[in-house]
Design a protein around this ligand. Structure first.
Ligand code: FE
Ligand code: CA
Length: 546
């Protein structure tokens, strides 16, 4: 149920929202058909078209359980999926084999209209470190078959983990050919680091080529629950993305475009031409819609069920004693970008000790988890670049060549970032590795406590994956950038502006990351290549070229 007391606390805590705005907000929320209320479920529903058009997915596995997902949507591009506003019984089964002759467990779930007829089953009591097959049935319709797995036992030391991570899949700007290659890689797991959808309309003045088009409003960003649902459905219907979800379990986290570009908690980014920002109370109402649609479409556990405008997305996963993953949320709890966002000098505003990307609770949770971790590798799967990258650019108002830093990324929160890196070093957290998305470019970075101190020791390494499709075939990384950025930032070991994802092969002794690129995303089946590979040896911080 909607927890208004908690919401009130949250709003008070975040400050600045008047009682009048809060009351307006809560009364508006009360009229939203939010969380699950079980109603009479129809079990002999007849569908004119396939209700499983969005396929199946699995996610958030642990050693004995995994989330199985589907959504009934005979008309996927309609906000209501083409479903009547009534609950429907959905049967599910999980087996050891694809023919379903060796059944393991099965059950029944309710697809409720209040959650867009999405189904999130937590299949429990499974054997660790096993692959399984699953499917759903509603009325006379049967879903495609999905393949999923559990994680190894907590105390085991697995020999190997293969996983991929990706981000930024603008539907209009390119084909998802990279996911076709990921399918062939048959990874154990996929991590998605955000910008799963894009909320803004095509800008008629932009030169960006469109290979296909968003549905929905043409002259403004999406903002209602049904608009977010429709956008998710459009993206998910892509054949490669859809098949990749069915191929192995995913751990997903969002960045900003799942809701609104460069938002910080309840603060909208600065608006063009000095237009007023959406007031926080109204903005949170919109956030509730965006977060709910995200939950509905992702294979997430019940712990992530949205509460009003809040949703718990940070969590950890343990691949035996080989690797421990900390999936972060750097949008929901952050303070606003200092210096009005953008590329700015690392001044007193950027260095303020009250700037936070994680928020107090998430930071405490992260540090407690890292101290308890038995992982050979400790992985932060998150959104924005942690390297304090100095951009040697001159702004229009600048009179000097003072380097600029991205205020939306960790440098805007440099105090928290340096404190975290210092803590990792002092507490001797084993082999920290940071995975990042957001900036539509590939980077391999060595991280220091303060990256400006280039002769200080390396503490961790960061792999930044490029976009799957966002930006099309072009990039700002030209020959000049290739020369200047690594020269100004010795931590940068690799820089590339193509599209693709990163594939990782992890063993107790080494971590290898391969930068897989798709040379042309404007054609349906662009050529795939591995552009570079980097290795970290356990116990020896720093990247080595493979
Ligand atoms: Fe993006
Ligand atoms: Ca952004």
């Amino acid at each position: 149920m909607l927890d208004l007391a908690r919401l009130a606390d949250a709003i008070r805590y975040e400050g600045g929202v008047s009682r009048r705005l809060f009351l307006a907000y809560s009364s508006a929320l009360a009229s939203l058909p939010l969380l699950a209320t079980r109603t009479e479920a129809a079990d002999r529903t007849k569908f004119d078209t396939d209700p499983f058009s969005l396929g199946v997915a699995s996610g958030d596995p642990d050693a004995t359980s995994v989330v199985l997902w589907t959504r009934l949507a005979p008309k996927p591009l309609q906000g209501d999926g083409g479903m009547k506003p009534e609950a429907v019984r959905v049967a599910w089964e999980l087996a050891e084999d694809e023919a379903f002759t060796k059944g393991v467990t099965k059950g029944e779930a309710i697809a409720s209209p209040v959650l867009g007829h999405s189904v999130h089953v937590e299949a429990k009591g499974l054997k660790p470190d096993r692959w399984y097959f699953y499917r759903f049935r509603a009325g006379e319709a049967t879903s495609p078959i999905g393949r999923t797995r559990t994680l190894p036992p907590a105390e085991s030391l697995p020999e190997k983990l293969t996983f991929a991570f990706a981000s930024c899949q603008h539907y209009e700007q390119g084909y998802y050919t990279a996911y076709g290659q990921m399918l062939k890689d048959t990874p154990d797991l996929v991590f998605h680091l955000g910008d799963y959808i894009y909320e803004y309309p095509h800008d008629p003045k932009s030169k960006a080529k469109r290979v296909r088009q968003h549905t929905g409003p043409k002259d403004r960003k999406i903002k209602t629950l049904n608009e977010y649902r429709e956008r998710h459905a459009l993206y998910r219907a892509d054949a490669y993305l859809n098949k990749m979800h069915a191929a192995c379990p995913w751990f997903v986290t969002w960045d900003d475009h799942e809701f609104d570009n460069n938002y910080a908690n309840d603060i909208q980014e600065e608006q063009p031409n000095g237009a007023p920002r959406t007031p926080p109370a109204e903005f949170l109402l919109q956030r509730a819609a965006a977060y709910q649609a995200y939950y509905e479409f992702m294979p997430l556990r019940k712990r992530s069920l949205p509460h009003g405008a809040d949703m718990m997305l940070y969590r950890k996963a343990r691949f035996g004693r080989l690797a421990e993953f900390f999936v972060l949320d750097t949008r929901q709890y952050r303070t606003p970008q200092p210096n009005n966002d953008g590329l700015k000098p690392l001044n007193a505003e950027a260095l303020k000790n009250t700037n936070t990307l994680l928020g107090r609770r998430q930071k405490g949770w992260l540090q407690a988890g890292l101290l308890q971790s038995t992982g050979t590798w400790n992985v932060l799967a998150q959104q924005v670049m942690m390297l304090m990258a100095a951009f040697p650019i001159k702004g229009k108002d600048d009179t000097d060549d003072e380097p600029k830093y991205a205020m939306d990324q960790w440098p805007g929160y440099a105090f928290e970032r340096m404190e975290l890196l210092r803590w990792l070093a002092e507490r001797k957290i084993a082999n920290p590795v940071v995975l990042t998305g957001d900036i539509h470019t590939n980077w391999a970075n060595d991280l220091r406590i303060d990256d400006r101190q280039t002769d200080s020791p390396v503490v961790a390494s960061e792999f930044v994956c490029t976009s799957i499709s966002s930006g099309g075939n072009s990039s700002w990384i030209n020959a000049e950038a290739q020369k200047v950025l690594p020269a100004k930032n010795p931590g940068v070991r690799f820089l590339n502006g193509e599209r693709g994802y990163v594939r990782c092969v992890v063993t107790p002794k080494t971590w290898q990351s391969d930068y897989v690129v798709c040379e042309d995303v404007l054609q349906p089946n662009g050529k795939i290549a591995t552009r570079a590979s980097f290795v970290i040896e356990a116990g020896q911080p720093g990247l080595k070229k493979a």
